[in-house]
Structures are given as C-alpha cells and as structure tokens.
Design a protein. Structure first.
Lengths: 135, 135
DNA sequence: TGGCACACGTTATAGCATAACGCAACAAAC
DNA sequence: GTTTGTTGCGTTATGCTATAACGTGTGCCA
C-alpha cells in the first residue's frame, strides 16, 4: 500500500480527525477548516475519499461520520495491513472504539467464498452504551 | 415480541419492500405510494420506524435503504428471534442477501461483555460483487 | 510543447432525514 | 359520558449529507 504524500487539504482534514476524540461529520470538518480557506463540502469529501482509500480514515456508516484510523502505528494484526475494521459507537457520549477480530473476518470471508461473493468493503458497527454511559 | 396489527401506512410501506427484489430508499417508497395518498417523507419514515422496531424491516446503513426481513418465517436460528442480521450487498446489481452467523454474534457479544459495552443495534454489511456480477 | 493526470475551487443540485405544529381516533379511568 | 393519555396521521418547513458539472492551475514526461 504505497501512498503519495498528503496534499495540503488532505493533511488539514486528517488533522481535524486526529485531534478529535470523537467521530466528526463532513460538514463539521468543513466548519472547522473555514479559517484555513475551506468553503465547500467537496473540498472535504475529496480529501476524505483519498484518506479513506489510503486507510488513514474510516467512515462510520451508521452515523455518517469519519474517524482517523486508531491503529496505523499499532503492531497488532501485522501492522497497518490488518483486515476488516469494526467499531463500537456509544450513543451516549459519541465515542467510537476501533477494534479488529480475526475470527469474524474469517467467518465473513468463509461466507463470501462459499457464495463466490467478492467483498469490496465491509462494515461492522455496534451502537450502544459504553461502560461509563450505561452506568 | 408482541406487535400490534400494522396500520394502513405501515402495511403499504411493507408491501412495497416485500414486492421489491432490492433494497429501496425512503424517497423511492414515497414515490411508489403517491397513488395511495402519500405526500410527505415523514409518512414513510414513521412507518419504517415502526416496522424496523418490529423486526419486519431492516435498514442498510451503508446505502441508506431498506429491505423487508427475509427470515421472518424461517425456521433458522429459532424462528424470528434470531440474533444480529448481516447483509451482503452487490454493488453491481444492487441485490442484498440477508444472513446470520451465530459465531460472529458470539464474538461481538464477547467483545462487548469484556468491556461492559451494552449493544443496542449492530450493523454488519459486506459490499462487493455477487457471483453473477463478478463474472 | 503538447498531452496527460491530478488536485483544486466554485456553483448548483440531488438525496436523505427530522422538527414542530395541529388534528383525529381510540381506549382506559373516573 | 366525559376526561385524559396515547397513538397515528397530515402538512409545512427546515436541516443534514453527498455529488454533478464546470473550469483552473500545476507538474510530469514523452
């Protein structure tokens, strides 16, 4: 997975996501970057597209928001070349926790292979209450 | 899971979904029901909300569309009281295949329990190409 | 130096979802 | 039987999410 250096817009968007402790919507990103010259949604979406392709950012389908990949320096799962990403998203505090599960990957893989289904992108998201918010 | 009888609007919406061989967006449902007096998105969304609560309809988060539950009469997984629903969605032909995997449920459950995370709704969606479309 | 690829900026538009109001029907409680 | 609460319904308006279509500039390299 060789990626070119990030462009200015891509860096700015990634920076917003990295600084945030929660998923951020595209329009929120736009607002946070108005001082840096951002004026239109497409500037955000185009950057997000590249960042997502590069695996630096994940999109949370169930809440239409984006997060920086939490594991790009992690040694787990053989570094950044891991399989499917899963998220637990707290509906209370909004926090999203990224995790990986090899067994689940394997099960889904098995299902797909058995049916000659060729996966492109897999989404696994659990919405619920985190420990703090459930108390 | 005791549900009251469906209202007229709910029946109409469920009927559209049942007849369709593909997921349908809320606005498409609206269009298909204009002849039956539907005029506003909320009429659709309110029906969808109830149907989803009742487990008769599933929402596909990754494509913002809805499908009738494929398994409400099935004997698998102890009838309609099964666990999490998963989907394989073909980006070619648009078809969505519903399936269940007990092992995956179990793994996700285990992850959640270990962290005292209380799941409310879990989304599992594989987008890719079905056998026909991959050929 | 022409052609190509790519990022960018702008305007406009499409698509998805909900807020807030009021009305009507029905059932339980008194 | 009237009150009261609940539920569904219809309407208008609005907000949020995402992309189409156009043109510009820059760097690369054949």
């Amino acid at each position: 997975m060789i990626s070119p250096a990030l462009t200015k817009n891509q860096s700015l968007v990634l920076d917003v996501l990295t600084r945030s402790d929660q998923p951020v919507s595209a329009y929120t990103i736009l607002d946070r970057l108005r001082d840096h010259g951002f004026r239109a949604p497409l500037q955000v979406y185009r950057a997000l597209e590249k960042l997502t392709e590069a695996g630096l950012v994940h999109r949370l389908e169930s809440i239409n928001a984006f997060v920086a990949c939490a594991h790009r320096n992690a040694a787990c799962c053989g570094g950044h070349a891991h399989g499917t990403v899963a998220f637990a998203i707290c509906t209370g505090c909004g926090q999203a926790t990224e995790f990986h599960d090899h067994d689940i990957d394997h099960r889904l893989d098995g299902w797909a292979k058995a049916r000659n289904f060729r996966p492109q992108k897999t989404t696994i998201e659990i919405r619920g209450l985190c420990e703090s918010c459930a108390a």
